[in-house]
Design a protein around this ligand. Structure first.
Ligand code: C2E
Ligand code: CA
Ligand code: CA
Length: 582
């Protein structure tokens, strides 16, 4: 027994080394027989033979128990030649059952042999356990054995190919959903995370350009993911524009995923395209879950992220199943807060970078619930937008912002601008411009004291509407700025054809988690804006270095914590006087 163990170890080692070095350069054959002579005779009979151009490599087990141990350790055994009668009359058959049912090794081919006739398995056993061949030992001459083994190996190799097809995405050359499920089943570990990454607006890419461009985009994303994550992270394509990562939490986390999308993608080796993606993550604990459930949890987080924070990531929380109920609760609370006037505007200054003159301020919504919590606008605005409540809230914002600007007359000069965020649902409302102009007139604020911040999505959804709206607004002197610039799909032609007043460079390029090494993007935007005769304002300036770099790059104005956080009215006025004393 001891010497059998040694041989075993030796084979397993050989096996593992070659597996990493050059996979499948030989066929692994497992011999299971309690008589050492049979092992020797079989090896002798098949010595130096090759099948399909590859030599044979033997692993030896002298009982069903040993065979299970060998199989548990090596995953590339092609054929097992198993003696039926070993520890017991049924040991061989029980081993076969274990291989198929417990170990779920379906590719492994099985040849049964027995010393005496009379132990032949039933036909349905042969079928049920997918046994390739059954022979008595005397029947198995060298030629017979060789033929039988050749047939078994061919069928093994066919199974492997089918497995590749069933587990591989042929477009992007990554494992597919089946493979991910299998990975999650076999290698589930605590402190590992799964991330589902869904490309934003992928259907637009497909429909604006064409499917083959879409394919090239997917290939490019797949390549980047594969390049940047280590081999500890399992990467798969789970659906059309849905990618999955599974690996240690130090690797699979929002920051690393954002970083993947920081640089534009090179598509078809020629075109450079910016992409963003929305991600749902689930962290695995010590409790083993079914693979499908792991995917489902990450999927719930993704759904949540898509609804609330497009372009970002959300972790799965158990309470998320209550999310829908919470949304309705939140919406009701929000409706109440609007009518009870519990919404507030905060103001964040715009500063001319070279002179440090305060030239305006952006109005930012704040919502404090009756229990005192501040709910960030990133959370409640998307919910309000989906329900239509945003139209009413938006109108409240416009009215309140204009009235504030009027009150500011005594603190600022005529050119001081109030910047108001207008969400897409608001802007595409047919009566938006008319209503706005009425509110403007009622407030007594001049058109040229107002700037509206629109997001890039407005430009994509409805170019014509945007064009007519802009003409009317600009005729009244109102300035239009493109918010969060660089995060969406702003086509250059849209920018050229629209008469915008300025681009607002998104804070992710200035101070966001992926801003490092990404400042080039800000510079490119500034240069491009310059060509198009557009001014630029950078948001999210947090340090003096960022301010100087932007100034050097030719950016005129800025906003950010370096100057001030968004402040309520009284504090804003106080800040304004102090800042101007500097
Ligand atoms: P936004 O329009 O991009 O607004 C700028 C956001 O950046 C604000 O977040 C502001 O507080 C934050 N910010 C300003 N300076 C810095 C900085 O130096 N560093 C960092 N890290 N962040 C900075 P806030 O107030 O949470 O607003 C989030 C988003 O909610 C806004 O993004 C805007 O899209 C939306 N929003 C806010 N108020 C309104 C509104 O009245 N109407 C509409 N439609 N959307 C609004
Ligand atoms: Ca804004
Ligand atoms: Ca922004």
């Amino acid at each position: 027994m001891a010497e059998h163990q040694d041989e075993l170890v030796q084979f397993i080692e050989a096996d593992q080394i070659s597996e990493t070095a050059q996979p499948d350069s030989f066929w692994s054959i497992l011999l299971v027989d309690d008589e050492p002579d049979v092992h020797a005779a079989t090896c002798l009979a098949l010595k130096n033979l090759t099948i399909e151009g590859r030599p044979l490599h033997f692993l030896h087990a002298y009982s069903a128990k040993e065979a299970k141990e060998v199989l548990a350790k090596s995953n590339n055994v092609a054929v097992a030649i198993i003696d039926v009668v070993m520890e017991t009359d049924e040991a061989g058959l029980q081993l076969v059952r274990h291989i198929r049912q417990e170990m779920q090794l379906y590719n492994l081919r099985i040849i049964l042999r027995t010393g005496q006739p009379g132990y032949a398995p039933e036909i349905d056993t042969i079928q049920k356990y997918d046994i390739n061949d059954y022979r008595t030992k005397t029947e198995l001459t060298q030629t017979r054995l060789y033929t039988s083994l050749t047939i078994a190996i061919r069928s093994y190799s066919l199974f492997k190919q089918i497995e590749v097809l069933a587990y591989q995405d042929s477009l992007v050359n990554l494992p597919n959903r089946n493979a991910m499920l299998e990975e999650l089943t076999k290698h589930q570990q605590a402190n590992h995370a799964i991330a589902l990454i869904d490309l934003d607006n992928f259907s637009d890419i497909n429909s604006i350009i064409d499917d083959s461009f879409g394919d090239a985009v997917l290939i490019s994303v797949a390549q980047r993911l594969r390049q940047n994550f280590s081999e500890h992270t399992f990467i798969a394509r789970l659906g059309s524009d849905l990618f999955g990562l599974y690996g240690p939490t130090e690797e699979v986390n929002p920051d690393n995923i954002y970083a993947e999308f920081a640089e534009p993608f090179l598509v078809n080796n020629t075109e450079s395209l910016r992409l963003s993606a929305t991600t749902g993550l689930a962290i695995l604990g010590s409790k083993q879950l079914a693979a499908a459930e792991v995917l489902k949890n990450a999927g719930a987080a993704l759904k949540q992220a898509k609804r609330l924070v497009r372009g970002k990531a959300v972790y799965f929380k158990k309470e998320q199943s209550h999310a829908a109920r919470d949304r309705i609760k939140m919406l009701n609370m929000l409706r109440h807060s609007l009518s009870e006037q519990h919404l507030n505007l905060y103001f964040q200054p715009f500063v001319q970078l070279d002179t440090k003159k305060v030239i305006g301020a952006e109005c930012l919504l704040r919502w404090q619930t009756p229990d005192g919590n501040f709910i960030p606008p990133d959370i409640f605005i998307p919910i309000a937008e989906q329900s239509g409540l945003m139209i009413a809230i938006g109108e409240w914002v416009v009215r309140t912002a204009l009235n504030w600007r009027k009150r500011m007359d005594e603190h600022v000069d005529n050119g001081f601008k109030v910047a108001i965020n207008i969400s897409q649902v608001q802007f595409t409302e047919p009566s938006f411009v008319d209503n706005f102009l009425i509110l403007l007139q009622e407030s007594g604020v001049q058109g040229n004291q107002v700037e509206l911040e629109l997001t890039e999505s407005v430009a994509i959804e409805s170019f014509e509407l945007l064009e007519t709206n802009l003409k009317q607004l600009q005729a009244a002197g109102v300035h239009i700025s493109m918010d969060d610039f660089g995060t969406g799909y702003s086509s250059l032609s849209v920018l050229q054809n629209l008469k915008l007043n300025r681009l607002k460079i998104d804070r992710s390029f200035i101070s966001g988690p992926m801003a490092t090494g990404n400042f080039d993007m800000a510079k490119t935007i500034i240069t491009m804006a310059d060509h198009l005769d557009l001014k630029t304002i950078a948001e999210g300036i947090e340090t003096e270095e960022q301010c100087q770099a932007l100034l050097a790059a030719g950016c005129q104005d800025g906003q950010g914590y370096l100057f001030s956080k968004p402040l309520p009215e009284a504090l804003f006025i106080q800040w304004l006087h102090e800042f101007e004393q500097l």
